[in-house]
Design a protein around this ligand. Sequence first.
Ligand code: NAP
Length: 546
Amino acid sequence: MAGNGQSTATQTREIETADGLDFDAVVVGAGFAGLYMLHKLRSAGLKVCVFESGKGVGGTWYWNRYPGARCDVPSMEYSYQFDPDLQQEWEWTERYASQGEILKYLEHVADRFDLRRGIRFETTVKTARFDEAAGSWVVETEGGDRVSAQFLIMATGCLSARYTPDFEGMEAFEGMVCHTGKWPEAGVDTAGKRVGVIGTGSSGIQVTPMLARDAEHLFVLQRSPAYSVPSQNRPLGSEEQNEIKARYGEFRAEAKRNRAGIMYVLGENSALDADGQELQREYEKTWDVGGLGFTAAFRDIFDSVEANKTAADFVRDKIAYIVRDPAVAEALTPHTLIGCKRLCVDANYFDTFNRSNVTLVDLRKGPIERFTKTGIVVAGTEIPLDVIVLATGFDAITGALLRIDIRGRGGIELKQKWAEGPGTYLGHSIAGFPNMFAITGPCSPSVLSNLVPSIEQDVDWIGDCIGYMRERGRQVVEATPEAEAGWVAHVNDVAQRTIYPLEDSWYVGANIPGKPRVFLPYIGFPDYVERCTEVADRGYTGYVLT
Ligand code: NAP
């Protein structure tokens, strides 16, 4: 790798590949996607370099180490399946794994497959430019390193570009400010302190009960109330685990046939045909089971506003039942569609508002005006604070890609190309950006699916495509603008057949001021797999291979 200093020139020669490039592939990010991509390409004999901003592997699970951080997909499913031995030998301890356990798992994977030596940690990619003459990418890091590679693979994650609103006077605050998405490794001492948490999405909802346990007083600053269902998390016994392991392949295959690629049983009935008793019975049942499967109680919760309302009503009633103070319960109650903004999964979130050391601050009555040296001013009154937790989310799906200055054919900036919203072919390929792939990129099932199998699907597809090119001596692969436009139209068409796009959410970029409103993920993991397989089987239709 060439660096700032002269001394690295020798190093560069040592690692040159036969065609004069430093690497066959550069992968950006060492989370679930980057780790498996490295393993896949390295196993195929490619010389690969992974750049990772963190000090260790894990991506999202490296950075989001706030108290209460936990996955909302069951651990037996939120794990790799590419290696049968790995999936047999790893033992999960809980139904939903904590951040710490997932990080341990990824560290184990990195060691088991000897991946760390291929990763440059604490290295953030700044620019990537396609060199048309060479048919390869030149990648520069913030530290000034510069490498070339035939392929550029973005494994930058869907929820990794943190969003911090531009609050007035933020720098004046003399206490501690931390974002849930970049929680200090050493932890944050909140014991006996006055803590404010801004944001009530999945992160805010997970961190709130944990902060409330320790803080002298916790102020939850809520702009929009969110729907949340209990996770009903519990220890996972070996018996239950072994039962799944005994038929893991079959179990995984079954999950992949569902729209989200997750194991749940989608109700056969329409919520609109059910009477009050049946609605109550089915929702109570799925509420007790816990987790995201709640919205699978009936088959049409995402297809019809009226059907959706039956599920929303049930959760609204639960909030009124759990939260003792009716005014607080009402302030915590959403009146939007349920699940169209990501449904949250919690452990005692609503019950936390029954504690005497917790105050809900309803920002709809008066927004955050400014930060001061000693707290936050809301509606003209200062809330004195020692610690401020920002659970304000992410510039989802496109943010991590656009924070890097990526330039394709003719020097076109990705930012410019996506000014009106992102377009990809099959979620991972972009016309005008040859030999570049984005794992679980915009217009792929990504966040509306179990991300790990989605990642494996993309990594396998990309690996196979590269293998196909190498076998046939092809140097450059590029999606055609027509194929891309067709795919984007299809993604929109599928989304419009549901009620997802009706709500403001990060699925449509509504959480980021100025972000174009476009429905970002593709709905339907099985259809996606079928389309990708078909394209590959037909010799990569929609691509030009030269
Ligand atoms: P989020 O869902 O985008 O929530 C951000 C919160 O910050 C919202 O309540 C938002 O209010 C609030 N906010 C933003 N700007 C604000 C401002 N200027 N003033 C006041 N409030 C403001 O982000 P997140 O909670 O980090 O979750 C993002 C996604 O990550 C989740 O949807 C989920 O997919 C994933 N995640 C999953 C888990 C899990 O597996 N359980 C845990 C954490 C995250 P508005 O709603 O009014 O915009």
